[in-house]
Design a protein around this ligand. Sequence first.
Ligand code: FES
Length: 110
Amino acid sequence: MSEQQSPLCAVEDIPEGGCKGFTLAPRSTVFAVRKEDEVHIYLNACPHAGLELNWMPDRFLDRDKEFILCTAHGAMFEISSGRCIAGPCAGKSLTPVAHSVEDGQIYLQI
Ligand code: FES
């Protein structure tokens, strides 16, 4: 089966050091974090209890914008790897979403 590319948004739509959530389909959401000119995209499902990480739209980071934060029980994840470094799912990881960036546009590989 061949891979398809689905446009998500422009890199510029995500503020540097910030993040943005996307609804792909009912009950299928992802979020993207832009940091140091890289874009990291994960499924919006916490490995602890499977809940969405955010309670507020486009809020996925801690106050200092150093870690991804799950607001349900406070798990913290590395932005670059998605690995949980503190909280009830320490050692587990967010699920990365394959993507590419071409001409300033982000494409999901589905
Ligand atoms: S569901 Fe994320 S820490 Fe519990």
